[in-house]
Design a protein around this ligand. Structure first.
Ligand SMILES: Cc1cc2nc3c(=O)[nH]c(=O)nc-3n(C[C@H](O)[C@H](O)[C@H](O)COP(=O)(O)O)c2cc1C
Length: 227
């Protein structure tokens, strides 16, 4: 029947529209490249902070996946037996192999957590929350909003022993992940700046973090604006 056909068409159209506007709950990222990239000497020679982003250029999933893998991804099976009980080795060293650094991607339509083992992004919150990465009402860096996404490193100490020393180690570990990303960005031709500025309270509330889960560093990621 014509009526039925039209109705079916509207349902399909609605479903297609919804799939375009509602972000997927989980995205498999393209497999990272274990070879290639820029020579390390050239990466180090070119590393610098960039604060001017081309707001019209997006980062594709392949590049984003490569950046996340180089920052906190799985680069080898765990040594057997593994002292920490970890099932895999990471590109970022962590104290006692705690692997407590979590990476969250703040994009224009959602916040995702990177899952290193499955190399996937899992949706945590819908919507654009990049302003929390830019800063607070009292101090904010607006250039963050020009970058298509920002990666926030959270030191998750919930499964670690207690004590001030542990906290220092977790902060160091977050710095290492962040520097991995700084260097990865150079290799991938992407601009970034490591930042401690952000709305820690706002981010913690949004992500449902406890006081043992600390947003330590973030990196806006995008292509440099051409002058
Ligand atoms: C721990 C840390 C925190 C930083 N926080 C910020 C920040 O909040 N905002 C910013 O624009 N740059 C920040 N930076 C970037 C530094 O300002 C920058 O690395 C420094 O000026 C040296 O410049 P270069 O990275 O181009 O060599 C931070 C860097 C580090 C290591």
């Amino acid at each position: 029947m014509k009526f039925f056909a039209l109705d079916k068409l509207s349902i399909i159209t609605l479903a297609m529209t919804a799939s375009l506007t509602v972000p997927a709950q989980e995205k498999k990222l393209p497999a990272p490249a274990f070879t290639g990239g820029m020579p390390m000497n050239e990466v180090v020679a070119a590393r610098r902070s960039v604060r001017e982003f081309d707001s019209s250029r997006e980062i594709n999933d392949s590049t984003l996946g490569q950046l996340l893998w180089m920052s906190v991804g799985v680069n080898r099976p765990a040594a057997t037996p593994s002292a920490s009980g970890a099932a895999s080795g990471r590109s970022n060293p962590t104290a006692r192999n705690w692997q407590e650094i979590r990476a969250f991607v703040f994009g224009k339509n959602g916040v995702w957590e990177y899952r290193p083992v499955s190399h996937t992004l899992v949706l945590v919150k819908e919507g654009d929350h990049r302003s929390l990465v830019a800063g607070t009402k009292s101090f904010s860096q607006d250039f963050v909003m020009d970058a298509p996404c920002s990666i926030v490193f959270v030191a998750d100490m919930t499964r670690l022993p207690e004590g001030g020393h542990v906290r220092s180690m977790a902060l160091v570990d977050a710095g290492i992940a962040c520097e991995n990303l700084n260097l990865a960005c150079v290799s991938e031709g992407v601009a970034t700046v490591p930042r401690a500025t952000m709305d820690v309270a706002g981010l913690s509330e949004l992500l449902g973090l406890t006081e043992l889960q600390i947003p330590v560093m973030n990196n806006p990621v995008g292509y440099a604006r051409q002058r």
